[in-house]
Design a protein around this ligand. Structure first.
Ligand code: BES
Ligand code: MN
Ligand code: ZN
Length: 490
């Protein structure tokens, strides 16, 4: 994908698709007025007859039949001027990409009316331009063409600002797409070692270091929970430690990501329908890897650790049993009452490991509970933290990136429900209800004093249908843009 910053006027733009925005106001934009009489009159007629609407998200594409250098025009409704905001423009950016791709138009020129929130529009345009087609052969029908070039029309004196915006947006989008690819790939290929390899490959940038702990080292360390969950799988487990440490860093953060490459449920086997999307149970790991992919480019002045436990939760005669007791890296023991509550086990060890690094804050991303989807639906991730500063700043980044978070409590009064009669803790709670926060409460037991936030991404990380105009079905890469914004602002 090529992105050009240009000052060429609409009437002279040589492009497949000239994209023009219509704000809901009487006056037509300059990009229409300057097209020349015939073209301007046609568009004016379309608008007057209400064949083209100015309401937000409306799109109308028509050919120009060589009347101007642009081969086609897209008229895009933007709605009322005072209702325009970055999140709407991101959504509209996504709608433009889909409309263009459906018409096989691969070179777009974006007019200035669409760039009142330039980063958001560009982000929508680029995020929507994603397909996972690694396994589609030439026999697959309807493979949509992807967009190859976008020209942004801006004033001469703005070009420098735009270069920075384009670089930042491209980096965040590529990192999101990198995370999407990791999640979309089939679980037989995206096994724990493949994730460890992806993490090691990031170190080739020279800005990041990667250390991978294998089974022997995990045993020596005492990471009994990671080893227990991995017992039933043919694949070895790993704990991956990534680090980005710029010289000017004042703060440090540890990002922890759940990396279950396939969650069968183990002996507490999942029913078939619940297993369908369980290749996505490493989405938290993908989020952390996506963030690190971008760090090498964006170079923010914050020390970032990545801690990723990777395992496969499989069923075999070697699998961890119900009633088994595991000794975690923290020293606490956990009775396994359901082998399908495996994420919190591997994260327990990862959180203990992360806290030993003495970061100023720890955030985990995990596809932890189906209950979080029941509570918040598939658009929102659950945010659980006892630190009000973290809650505030994370919600702020959530609004800016439109990666939706909603706060849930971590109530101490429920902790007795997580106790076991034979071990320190049970991996599931007694009684019904509150599954998402019980998961969070379990994790909180493994963080002693460091400010900590748990983000349950079971809902928004993967979808059977498109989540919004810029997030196609399948993996979303949720959390990458959220974290990049947050790291940039702490
Ligand atoms: N990976 C699942 C959670 C999940 C469910 C993610 C649906 C994405 C979509 C997790 O390991 C799990 O199985 N959780 C159990 C916890 C229960 C046994 C306490 C669940 O949600 O049922
Ligand atoms: Mn599970
Ligand atoms: Zn799981």
């Amino acid at each position: 994908m090529k992105i050009n910053i240009t000052a060429t006027s609409a009437s002279r733009a040589e492009t497949d698709l000239l994209v023009i925005g219509l704000i809901d106001q009487p006056k037509l934009p300059d990009s229409i007025l300057e097209l020349g009489n015939a073209m301007t009159e046609i568009i004016d007629g379309l608008v007057k007859r209400k064949l083209v609407k100015k309401e937000a998200k409306f799109v109308f594409i028509f050919p120009t039949l060589h009347k101007i250098p642009a081969k086609n025009i897209a008229l895009v409704g933007l709605g009322k001027k005072n209702k325009l905001n970055a999140n709407l423009m991101r959504e509209i950016g996504g709608i433009i990409t889909s409309a263009a791709a459906q018409h096989h138009l691969t070179h777009l020129t974006i007019s200035p009316e669409l760039l009142s929130f330039p980063a958001a529009t560009l982000e929508g345009l680029l995020l929507a331009n994603y397909q996972f087609h690694e396994f589609k052969t030439k026999h697959s029908p309807n493979l949509i063409k992807s967009i190859k070039q976008i020209d942004l029309t801006v004033l001469e004196n703005q070009q420098k600002d735009y270069q920075k915006i384009v670089h930042q947006v491209e980096t965040a989008v590529n990192a999101t797409k990198f995370a999407r690819d990791l999640v979309n790939r089939p679980p037989s290929l995206m096994h724990p070692q493949a994730i460890a390899q992806a993490a090691s490959d990031l170190a080739k940038s020279g800005v990041i270091t990667t250390t991978v702990f294998d089974r022997t080292k995990l045993a020596k360390m005492g990471a009994g929970a990671i080893l227990a969950v991995a017992q039933g799988s043919q694949f070895d487990p790993y704990l991956i430690h990534l680090e980005y440490s710029p010289a000017n860093a004042k703060k440090s953060v540890a990002l922890v990501g759940k990396g279950v490459t396939f969650d069968s449920g183990g002996l507490s086997l999942k029913p078939s329908a619940s297993m369908e999307d369980m290749k996505s149970d490493m989405a938290g790991a993908a989020t952390v890897l996506g963030v690190f992919k971008a760090l090498a480019d964006l170079k923010p002045s914050v020390h970032v650790y990545g801690v990723i436990p990777v395992v496969e939760n499989m069923i075999s005669d070697k699998s961890i049993r119900v009633g088994d007791i595991v000794s975690t890296l923290s020293g606490k023991t956990v009775e396994i009452m359901n082998t399908d509550a495996e994420g919190r086990l591997i994260l327990a060890d990862a959180l203990t490991y992360a806290e030993k690094l003495q970061p100023d804050a720890i955030i985990d991303f995990a596809t932890l509970t189906g209950a979080c989807i029941v509570a918040l639906g598939d658009s929102f991730a659950g945010l659980m933290t006892r630190n009000s500063d973290m809650e505030k700043s994370l919600l702020q980044s959530s609004i800016l990136t439109d990666e939706k978070l909603w706060p849930l409590p971590l109530p101490e009064i429920y902790i007795d429900k997580m106790k076991s009669s034979v071990a320190d803790l049970s991996n599931i709670h007694k009684g019904n209800g509150g599954g998402a926060i019980m998961g969070g409460l379990f994790l909180q037991q493994f963080v002693n004093k460091t400010p900590f936030a748990h983000i349950d991404i079971a809902g928004p990380s993967f979808g059977k249908e498109n989540i919004n105009s810029f997030t196609p079905a399948g993996a979303s890469g949720f959390g990458v843009r959220l974290m990049l914004d947050w790291l940039d602002n702490i």
